[in-house]
Write a protein of this length. Sequence first.
Length: 340
Amino acid sequence: MAGLNPPTPLIISTATSSIHPSFVGAFSGLTVTLLSSDNISFPISPESLTRTSGYFRMLLTLPQGTPAVTGIQRECIPLTETSDILASLLSMISGIALACPPIHEHGFAERLLKAAEKYEMPMPIAFVRSLLSPSFDTSAIRLYGIACRMNWEAEARGAATRTLGLDLMAPENLAELGRLDTPHLLKLLSLHNRRRKAVAEALDDKTLYSANERWNRCTRDINVQACDVVVDHPKWLAFKLAWSREPWRFLSVGEAETGGEKPAGQRIPELEALLDDRCGRCNRNLYSRTATLDNLRQMVQKLPKTIEVTCSANYTSDNVVTNHLYVVSVIDGAAVARSK
Ligand SMILES: [Zn+2]
């Protein structure tokens, strides 16, 4: 833990361990040997450790002559991390060339960050952070969770935005949702819920969408007389219902130029059906493609796109009822919320 005195290390013999091949002879002079939980040893110069790790700086600068320190210099320090994690950490802080660590692999980045935090190593943390950009090819929910736990606000907000194209409650996403800390999970669910409500409210606007006026009549003139047939707008109702139920399918509407077609080729059938809908009597288009898409785009652009930084305390759940204004950390929510 950062800021805590390191425990007196257990000193054990290296006789039964194997040295990691990248660390064989890598350092001349005095070395300290770290031992992974899977019995791989890593001889490394104490200078590399003390320069880059608050934990080892404190451990290795204990007064000389202390039995523990004397033992450290002769034997090795067992650590709880596996050799893949230690190899990545120690290569980053010492400049030993290794293949890029598999940050994208299941759980590896989190284990690496956890170890870097434990040993107070800012360099590996910065390295992993640079790789975990919002565009990094990994699960948006996983990236969101990592960024939240590390207090990386920009990354957390970017990853939250990336989740908008997901059905959070789909079976394939539940496991990752379950790994989020509760305040972070609530913020993400709140974002999706606020968008859903905002869409429903905006699509019900009768001034923007005349289709919300039930039983209005077709106004097209036919031979001087109006068509005047009653229009019930079933396609409009289907469109609204679909967006409310599965909002992640409609993410591209804000960017769509024609027909709500996604750049990747995915289509929104309900939108296409709407824009193609015609009067049953005179066959005129019931909806202006240009005006409808313009209205929808403007609506989408106003939707919340990421988790909130400053908010009223009752925005997320029913069990928060105070009316005070709270300043809430993007990532630590309940832990740091304070009344203004
Ligand atoms: Zn008509």
